[in-house]
Design a protein around this ligand. Structure first.
Ligand SMILES: [Zn+2]
Length: 273
C-alpha cells in the first residue's frame, strides 16, 4: 500500500501533466459526476495537493476533484488520448492538448466547490500532510504531546491518519527506530528527547523517502551497501523488512513483531525499554 511519499510522487506526475493547462475534455465513469464534465471543460488546473492518501486536483473556476485511491486506484499519465492496455476500469480521464491523466480502479471520486473541501469528512479528519503543507517540528511535537494523542500507543498512533497523514507501515517502524522508542511505549512514557526525535524523524523520513524513491536509511549507508553488492531490501530501510539482519548502528539483530495486526520491525538495543 503506497504511503505519503509515494502518493506525493503520483500527485507530482499528475500535476506535471495538467498544471497551467486548459482542460480540453474530461470524463467521469460515475453517472452522478457526469454533470461536472461541462463545468470543468475549459477550466485550467491550478495544482494538485495531497492530504495523506487523498488527492485534490484544483481548477481555476472554484472546483476541486477529490480522489482517494484506497487499495487499488492508480493514476497513469500518457500523451493525449494514448490509453494504456490494461484490464483496469477507467474512472476519470482529464485531457489537455499534450497529456491525458487517467485514473483507474478508484471508486472514491467526488467533485467539490473549493469552499466545501475543508468540510469533506476525510479532509476534516485527516492530520497534517508534511509533503504538501508547511509543518514544523515544533507543531508536531505539540501534537505528539497533546491530550488527544498522549496516552495512545505510538504503534497505533503512527498509523492513524488523523494523527499525521501519509504514514504507513514502513514509515512507522522507521520513525520509532530513529527516535529510539520501544514499540510498546506511548508518548506519555517517552522522554522529551524521544518525542523531539520522533517529530524530527517524521519530517526527515517523509522528505527523504520522497526524494530518494522510498529509501529511508542514511543515503551514505545505502550507497556503501549497494557498492558492496547488497540487495535493495537489505539497505533500503533502517529496520523495516530486515528481521535477523544486523542493525545499521549497533549490529544487534533486528526483530519483527505484530502491532495492530501489521508487522513492525525494531532494534532491541537502539530501542531498549
Ligand atoms: Zn541497533
Amino acid at each position: 500500500m503506497p504511503e505519503g511519499p509515494e502518493i506525493r510522487k503520483a500527485a507530482d506526475a499528475v500535476e506535471k501533466a495538467l498544471k497551467d493547462r486548459e482542460v480540453l475534455d474530461i470524463s467521469f465513469a460515475f453517472e452522478t459526476l457526469e454533470g461536472y464534465e461541462d463545468i470543468l471543460t475549459g477550466a485550467t488546473v491550478t495544482g494538485v495537493d495531497t492530504k495523506g492518501k487523498a488527492m485534490l486536483t484544483r481548477f481555476d473556476n472554484g472546483y476541486t476533484i477529490y480522489s482517494h485511491n484506497q487499495l487499488y486506484g492508480k493514476w497513469m499519465i500518457r500523451n493525449a488520448y494514448n490509453y494504456p492496455k490494461t484490464n483496469r476500469q477507467l474512472r476519470l480521464a482529464i485531457h489537455n492538448e499534450k497529456k491525458s491523466a487517467l485514473l483507474y480502479s478508484a471508486s472514491d471520486i467526488e467533485v467539490l466547490r473549493d469552499e466545501e473541501v475543508p468540510d469533506h469528512p476525510f479532509i476534516r479528519k485527516v492530520g497534517p500532510d508534511i509533503l504538501s503543507e508547511t509543518v514544523t517540528k515544533e507543531q508536531l511535537r505539540e501534537r505528539y504531546t497533546s491530550r488527544r494523542f498522549f496516552r495512545r500507543r505510538w504503534t497505533t498512533l503512527l498509523l492513524d491518519q488523523s494523527f499525521v497523514a501519509g504514514i504507513g507501515n514502513y514509515l512507522r517502524s522507521e520513525i520509532l527506530f530513529l527516535a529510539g522508542i520501544h514499540p510498546s511505549l506511548r508518548p506519555t512514557d517517552s522522554t522529551p528527547q524521544q518525542i523531539e526525535k520522533a517529530a524530527e524523524a517524521t519530517i526527515t523520513l517523509m522528505e527523504q523517502s520522497y526524494r530518494y524513491k522510498g529509501i529511508t536509511v542514511d543515503p551514505d549507508i545505502a550507497e556503501r551497501m549497494k557498492a558492496e553488492g547488497k540487495a535493495r531490501n537489505q539497505y533500503r530501510h533502517w529496520v523495516f523488512r530486515r528481521s535477523f539482519q544486523p542493525c545499521h548502528i549497533c549490529r544487534t539483530k533486528i526483530e519483527k513483531i505484530e502491532a495492530g495486526n501489521r508487522r513492525l520491525y525494531y532494534c532491541p538495543t537502539c530501542q531498549a525499554l
